[in-house]
Design a protein around this ligand. Structure first.
Ligand SMILES: [Zn+2]
Length: 127
């Protein structure tokens, strides 16, 4: 079993959004570690039903079932090269991604976050 407490993040591969998401989850959810599942623009991938979803889901399963993560955060961010859509479209993709991940039925809260041009994490879909 894993020592310490874990959260899960489905985040962009973009180097600018790693530390903000880790810091946010450690600070607000009192966890020791963040399992980071990265893709290029994951909010767009999940919202559009990409074939990569199964691989993302397998990694979420490890984080929740083996590490005991109790919160899954899905993030989208501005200036995203992997999902180059408007901020409003990102927020819609994030909402749809949260619904999709909730439908997987893992025993964890699923929340959605937007990271704007100040690189701060803002929750837009609550538990
Ligand atoms: Zn991105």
């Amino acid at each position: 079993m894993a020592d310490g407490t874990f959260a899960t993040a489905i985040n962009c591969m973009d180097g600018r959004v790693q530390q903000p998401v880790i810091n946010f989850l450690r600070r607000n959810y009192d966890v020791d570690y963040v399992d980071m599942i990265t893709e290029a623009g994951p909010d767009g991938l999940i919202a559009s039903g990409s074939a990569l979803i199964e691989n993302i889901r397998n990694r979420v399963a490890i984080s929740v079932e083996k590490h005991g993560s109790s919160v899954i955060l899905i993030a989208g961010h501005c200036y995203c090269a992997g999902n180059p859509v408007s901020d409003d479209e990102h927020k819609e993709h994030i909402r749809r991604s949260v619904e999709a991940v909730r439908s997987w039925g893992y025993p964890a809260d699923v929340i959605g976050a937007w990271i704007g041009e100040d690189w701060k994490v803002e929750i837009i879909v609550e538990e």
